[in-house]
Unconditional design. Structure first.
Length: 252
């Protein structure tokens, strides 16, 4: 506990007494009321607030002022505060900061700039220039996403394709990038995931283990046939696999 603060002398109004219990200041409050904690007869004391700016305070006396919204770049352009050249420089700095943090597709960068109020007259030429110098490269970005999502997260081609589309990669570029992962790669990744899931459920009923592992692989984008095959092989490796007909006969 910190030390108790003493009574501020500057807040004591003329004629205020602290002589004893029931002593009152000019506002009729005793020493345990407003007089001793810095409030005078007008309800304000040692903080120096006299209420004169209350009308300007949208939250009332003592409230926190509302922060004014900063105008967007488009609004500043319309108002003539900045020109296209200055807006382009601001947009360039914004893109460089974004790319320093993480690679992005051209569509993602365009969406980010649009949210900040940059007009297409600024965004289009800027991103064209970034394309020319190789700072924005959707093909390289898509290749990187496919490699990392498959190798590090075990995602299937189908799940990765969904993410590429969500990030604004066009279908042709996505198809070229997805060629890095073939059917054998998917089956190996699915088996690795299945091994982890069945290992974590070793004490449970076999049907429960199968259902949970297959469901998890499905959420990674694997087709039912691939998921069931991987789980069956993982259970077989630990000697827990049942008859073949225990698993639905589903195609890939």
């Amino acid at each position: 506990m910190g030390k108790r603060r003493g009574r501020p002398r500057s807040s004591v109004g003329a004629g205020t007494s602290y002589g004893g219990e029931g002593a009152q200041g000019p506002d009729g409050h005793g020493s345990d009321g407003h007089g001793s904690d810095g409030h005078g007869s007008d309800g304000h004391g040692s903080d120096g607030h006299d209420g004169s700016d209350d009308a300007d305070d949208p939250q009332g006396a003592g409230g926190r002022r509302e922060r004014r919204r900063r105008p967007t770049v488009a609004e500043r352009l319309d108002a003539g505060e900045i020109g296209l050249e200055e807006a382009g420089e601001l947009a360039r700095e914004s893109v460089l900061r974004t790319l320093t943090a993480a690679p992005k597709s051209r569509v993602e960068l365009a969406q980010s700039l649009a949210r900040k109020g940059y007009p297409e007259a600024v965004v289009g030429p800027l991103l064209d220039r970034f394309d020319e110098v190789g700072l924005v490269d959707d093909a390289a970005y898509a290749d990187m996403l496919v490699r990392t999502r498959h190798a590090e997260r075990g995602l299937s081609r189908r799940a990765i394709a969904v993410e590429l589309r969500r990030r604004g990669i066009d279908d042709d570029t996505a198809a070229d990038a997805l060629e890095q992962v073939d059917g054998d790669d998917e089956r190996e990744a699915a088996l690795a995931l299945a091994r982890k899931h069945v290992a974590r459920t070793s004490g449970l009923d076999r049907d429960v283990r199968v259902r949970r592992a297959v469901g998890s692989l499905g959420r990674k984008g694997y087709a039912p046939g691939v998921a069931f095959g991987a789980v069956r092989d993982a259970l077989a490796e630990e000697g827990a696999a049942g008859p073949e007909d225990d698993f639905p006969a589903l195609g890939d």
